[in-house]
Design a protein around this ligand. Structure first.
Ligand SMILES: [Zn+2]
Ligand SMILES: [Zn+2]
Length: 393
């Protein structure tokens, strides 16, 4: 049996410090790509820890590198730091001071956890075999996402494994979950303009009607899921916006359609895109309409690597107890941790953050979103346990 020579126990003071960082960040939220004060706070805080090389890979991201005394594996931990355009309604004493901006997804907690982990590990340089990189990522909430910018800045060069976490307001505190394989979805969307020829509603023969054409397109798009992909494939195509004319006696010139497309595998995603364009093209042409399609590829699905998942599961069980781990289900939501895990074997862990007495927890991105701060120690302990297993002697 493997015994850990170095077990890092977070002191009460260290946990309190993580909570205080989280509260500071919660009070000072910033929107995606505008995390100037947040990243300055992270940079300055990291600069007070020993043995770290702290740099700025992009304008608002921060990288800290901890090189151990001995050679070994290189592992990375990632936290995102951005907030959302939401007016906070939690009534917390440390609620947002920035009007209309709120940490309503828990990224304040992710950042505070990783600062705590960086502080705890930076004191262990002499026992580290390998290297630990701390990725403080900007702009998770807005396409094209900060993760791909950090990866483009080569922060993952030479990294063997990468780990990330997300607090979950709907999961009981003390429960950590991992979904083997696909954990989040490919989160795409498209906008299409169907162009006809407008005219008087009483003289349809002199027009090309984009409304009827659009109705056919929307109906036909239902076959992308029901006929074109297998029942075993996981795919959602939802037409969600529709803008046509303004007057009942006018056949409009054009109609705008918007839709959301979610899938897990890259193969299903590719086939869906092809089918969508074929339907729009075919139906438009059959009706004499033109079309302009803008397909936006969102974040790739997070694919948890088998080995990295086994490492994280083992670390959670060892450090937090057998009952702390449960297998999770894939969610049809996007997460740009995939930019890291596409290039390095990775694992993304959900950390329960719902207080035991909270019967009606608010979901993420809600003005009343809350986390139980006890989850912060769980997240930090999980990362520390992974470091103990992989690079600490
Ligand atoms: Zn979010
Ligand atoms: Zn989030």
């Amino acid at each position: 049996m493997l015994t850990k020579q170095t077990e890092i126990e977070l002191s009460n003071d260290q946990v309190e410090e993580i909570i205080s960082w989280r509260r500071y960040l919660h009070q000072h939220p910033e929107l995606s790509f505008q995390e100037y004060k947040t990243s300055a706070f992270i940079y300055e805080t990291l600069s007070t820890f020993p043995n770290l090389e702290v740099t700025r890979p992009t304008e608002t991201s921060v990288l800290a590198v901890l090189k151990g005394a001995y050679s070994g594996k290189t592992i990375g931990f990632r936290a995102d730091m951005d907030a959302l355009p939401i007016q906070e309604e939690t009534g917390l004493p440390y609620a947002s001071k920035n009007d209309g901006v709120m940490h309503a997804c828990g990224h304040d907690g992710h950042t505070a956890i990783l600062l705590g982990v960086a502080k705890a590990l930076s004191a262990q340089k002499d026992k580290i075999h390998g290297e630990i990189r701390f990725f403080f990522q900007h702009a998770e909430e807005m396409l094209p996402g900060g993760a791909r910018e950090m990866v483009a800045a080569d922060v993952t060069e030479g990294v063997d494994y990468v780990f990330g976490l997300h607090l979950s307001s709907l999961t009981p505190v003390g429960q950590l979950t991992i979904t083997p394989g696909a954990a989040t979805s490919n989160s795409d969307m498209f906008h299409v303009t169907i162009k006809g020829k407008g005219g008087h509603s009483s003289q349809p023969e002199n027009t090309i009607d984009p409304v009827v054409t659009s109705a056919q397109i929307i109906t036909s798009l239902q076959t992308v899921v029901s006929r074109i992909t297998s029942p075993k494939d996981e795919l959602v195509v939802s037409v969600t916006t529709l803008q046509a004319g303004d007057a009942v006696n006018v056949i409009p010139e054009q109609v705008k359609i918007g839709a959301s497309v979610r899938s897990f595998s890259q193969d299903v995603r590719k086939r869906a895109v092809e089918a969508i364009e074929q339907i729009i093209k075919g139906v438009s042409e059959a009706n004499g309409c033109q079309y302009e399609l803008n397909y936006t590829y969102g974040y790739d699905s997070v694919m948890n690597d088998t080995k990295a998942t086994a490492i994280a599961v083992e670390a959670i069980r060892r450090k937090l107890g057998e009952a702390a781990y449960a297998e999770g289900e894939a969610i049809m939501g996007g997460e740009d941790f995939s930019a890291f895990s596409n290039v390095v074997p990775g694992c993304f862990v959900f950390v329960g953050a719902c207080a035991p007495n909270n019967q009606t927890p608010a979901p993420h991105h809600h003005p009343k979103f809350l986390i139980d701060e006890a989850a912060l120690a769980d997240g930090a302990n999980m990362f520390l346990a992974i470091a103990e297993d992989l690079v600490l002697e």
